[in-house]
Design a protein around this ligand. Sequence first.
Ligand code: INI
Length: 158
Amino acid sequence: MSAVRELSGNLIGKGLRVGIAISRFNDFFTKELKGGALDGLIRHGVMEKDIVVAWVPGANELPLVLQKMAESGKFDALIGLGVVIQGATAHADLINGQVSRSLAKVAMDTHLPVINGVVCAGNLEQAIERCGSKAGNKGWSAAEAAVEMANLYREMGS
Ligand code: INI
């Protein structure tokens, strides 16, 4: 028998409280991410009454709202959802870098799982692929990661 102690979070969502911040920018796509995330959470057993969704103007605004949610003490895991599509300038790269660093900072500062569900797409086709077509739905996978991380974090003790 192995003496190695391995930890991994289960995928049972019942009783978990999950906060979602979602960007209105590119909402043609982010609405699909929201649908995927809610479906993923509910299918894993998270109850509707335990889910809060907060809309923000753009991906840049996700970290602050998630930080506020984290500090409220009302959530076991948080998810940021957005879609950033490359344009003619470097704007998208700046947003992507800043948002992913800030989401990680919120997680580290507040000791809560914060799942990065921001799609970084090079073009519209890549966005379509990641928002519910051939590359899946990043909202759904973010939901699953949120459940797993919340349970792993619980298992490790607070
Ligand atoms: N916000 C997005 O969520 N996606 C984008 O593709 C995007 N682009 O490309 O500009 C975007 N910009 C807005 C940004 O997130 C902020 O809302 C804005 O800069 C105000 O802070």
